[in-house]
Design a protein around this ligand. Structure first.
Ligand SMILES: Nc1ncnc2c1ncn2[C@@H]1O[C@H](COP(=O)(O)OP(=O)(O)OP(=O)(O)O)[C@@H](O)[C@H]1O
Ligand SMILES: [Mg+2]
Length: 272
């Protein structure tokens, strides 16, 4: 069974999707087989990995796997058909697959009240993700049903934040959901927060203060290195370019940052 890691924050725009795909990339470069499960109806991590919807092709999304599994006892493993190649052309692209999402994933929210619905992603992935070492689950900017599906399915959680008061509040709400509710409400007593990633960091007085408060709130859970705000990284993410292919400003600094972050990931979330 793959090690499943939910990437979350209640706050939007902090870099959950960008961090998810760059860690997937780092792990693949390190020889691991990685899947990204896109649990955000915005489909940003699917897009950043170069996955494109083509209505002429059969391209099942994670929404369909979850829907098929509304009766959780009926279709364990039904996410198997959803994993697809990504659009990058780098040397390690074949070690990354995506379970993509599109806007219809929103429709799964209305089924949240069906008995056992919160187990649907866990059941859909059961057996289906055996071929991967790690499954990174990119959550939407919400702590409601879609994120709760991810938390019910995951072994570990990584909170992504930027150095902003509201993002830190969102990170604390995510922590509280995991620490106070995951065991009882999501049937996942072993879920643990194994990292907090500070992203989009600008070395200003205000951000230094916020960084200090992130360290005092989350202590040793904060991972090294911090990822700086780098304009060209947004270009690489949003144009779906791998860091191997990326030729923009500060490319070597970006590569070095994610190599170190991947090392921290592998240290904190080792495979058995
Ligand atoms: N370190 C960074 N430096 C500069 N831009 C960044 C950085 N990290 C992410 N970005 C960019 O910031 C924007 C938001 O990032 P991203 O989509 O990863 O955030 P998110 O938390 O997943 O957002 P949402 O809550 O909408 O899902 C994107 O354009 C992304 O490329
Ligand atoms: Mg996102």
């Amino acid at each position: 069974m793959a090690r499943r890691v939910a990437m979350l924050n209640n706050k939007g725009g902090v870099g959950k999707s960008g961090t998810t795909i760059r860690l997937a990339e780092g792990l693949a470069k390190a020889g691991k087989r990685v899947a990204v499960v896109d649990m955000d109806p915005q489909g940003n991590s699917s897009g950043m990995l170069g996955w494109r919807y083509n209505p002429k092709l059969p391209q099942p999304t994670i929404s369909q796997a979850i829907k098929a599994n509304t009766d959780p006892n009926e279709a364990p493993g039904c996410a198997r058909e959803v994993f697809q190649p990504i659009g990058w052309e780098c040397s390690y692209a074949e070690r990354i697959q995506v379970a993509p999402s599109r806007l219809p994933l929103e429709n799964r929210m209305s089924e949240a009240g069906i008995g056992g619905a919160w187990r649907r992603l866990d059941q859909a992935l059961e057996g289906a993700d055996d071929g991967f070492d790690y499954v990174l689950i990119d959550c939407p900017p919400s702590l409601l049903h879609l994120t709760q599906l991810a938390l019910a399915a995951a072994h570990d959680a990584v909170i992504v934040t930027d150095a902003d008061v509201y993002a830190i509040e969102g990170a604390m709400r995510a922590r509280d959901l995991i620490e106070k509710k995951a065991a009882k409400n999501l049937g996942n007593p072993n879920l643990r927060i194994c990292g907090v990633i500070l992203n989009k960091y600008k070395d200003t007085v205000r951000q230094r203060e916020q960084r200090d408060s992130i360290h005092s709130i989350f202590g040793p859970a904060v991972w090294d290195p911090t990822v700086k705000f780098i304009e060209s990284l947004a270009t690489a993410n949003n144009n779906a370019v791998s860091l191997e292919e990326f030729k923009g400003d500060r490319a070597s600094e970006i590569r070095a940052t994610y190599e170190l972050l991947t090392q921290t990931f592998l240290k904190e979330i080792p495979l058995p």
